[in-house]
Design a protein around this ligand. Sequence first.
Ligand code: NAP
Length: 502
Amino acid sequence: MTGENMIAGERRQSSETFRAKDAATGEAFGEPFFAATDSDVADACEAAAEAQKVFGALPLSERAAFLRLVADKIDALGDTLTQRAMKETGLPEARLNGERGRTVGQLRLFAAEVENGAWQALRIDHADADRTPPKPDLRLRMIPLGPVAVFGASNFPLAFSVAGGDTASAFAAGCCVVVKGHPAHPGTSELVAGAITEAVAKAGLPAGVFSLLNGTENTLGEALVKDPRIAAVGFTGSRGGGLALMRHAAERRVPIPVYAEMSSVNPVTLLPSRLAEAPEDLAQAYVGSLSMGAGQFCTNPGIAVVAKGVEGDAFVAAAKEALEQVGPQVMLTDGIAGAYRSGRDRVAASAGVQELLTSTCDLRNATPYLYRVSGKDWLTNHALGEEVFGPLGLIVTVADFDEMLAIARSLQGQLTCTIHMDAADTEEGKALMPVLERKAGRLLANGFPTGVEVCDAMVHGGPYPASTNFGATSVGTLSIRRFLRPVCYQNMPQYLLPEDLR
Ligand code: NAP
């Protein structure tokens, strides 16, 4: 661990430093980390633009081999990586080991995706000289956008950070990557960046394929996004952060796409017949999903919608009882803990909101909160539909199904929407589906939204404010599409056509 930035394989210091913090105590520990300077940003982007010429044109088998090499190098970090991530994030060992598996698994999944080649979407329309007017020869393929700026997320220090989904999909698309490391886990980032740098060297690729920049000031991310050599941005974090990066991208002489995954309350709607069957079981499962990982998941189900009445009351009582058993959990950063407390204050002070479970939430420790509000009051207060990042649940009790439908219609864009239903709820389910599918990237039946499978059919994205680009997903193989664009070659002589289109 040197704390240095990694600019195209070269480790660099600077005059500004910051320290990692022990998540459990909030105390700074270990070696200083060097904040990247403007010239570090420029050098990383220049090296990426140069390397792009080679990396973007690499045979697919070599690109796939590189992704597997990155995975192998991360595997080789073993427990050192887990222990460092535990200290910096406060996340438990089992969770981080699982996340490491997910991280290398998704790199290998993208290697297979690169090889299968379907993402290239090759299309060929042959010429027809006899047609009037004559039809030209048209051939389409996808090409990489160019160097991508990736912002590591605080809540997934491995799977959404330096070698996380954004980096893996950008590499798979043939794009070089410059990562802005999240300051909450700089040591974890350095270890992973070291693994990628070794893989770049071992694969014989130009060093500019990958760089890591450290820092704690917004100006670093701004400089990176505004660098003219950056062609796209991948981000997971706050709505404020994502929107700021969008503004910077739009202010450039040449604007670029920003794929920001930001905020979602992931409503869970429990239809009457299913709720009547097992209100306590459903409440237990809801609480498990709500409080997992101190509620620091983008798919955390912050809102549950139930009909008022005996079953709704049983659900509320059981959820309260289950949440009372959940002890304090360390949050990822002081900022996230502070935002959790102010989110709680906002919800608690809202008209018509009844506090069901309160607790003392000191410094970095999150304890759960549970509130109830009527459907009528929820519908008149737009702010109650905003994300509170942490284990805070709001149960909305509706007077009838029309009110349930009205709530679904007034939801903001979501990553997920869930319906719990059985055969007797079919009509209500059919009425909800066309509303909810316009609100979210993923719809679930009889499950809970935490736990995002990395696979071909996954969509992790959704209409604003879930993301800035509702046509995309940031998880699963389809995420490669974010960093590609289609090019059509018309009447191109064979010798100029890309090989795969000949
Ligand atoms: P964040 O504050 O948005 O920061 C994420 C990254 O973006 C950091 O590297 C940060 O670096 C950079 N950044 C933030 N604002 C920026 C700006 N205006 N200009 C340039 N760069 C900027 O997210 P966080 O620290 O992970 O957590 C804060 C809040 O984000 C949470 O309380 C939660 O509400 C939300 N969050 C949501 C999700 C989700 O999945 N929906 C995940 C994580 C967090 P610097 O601060 O060093 O500039």
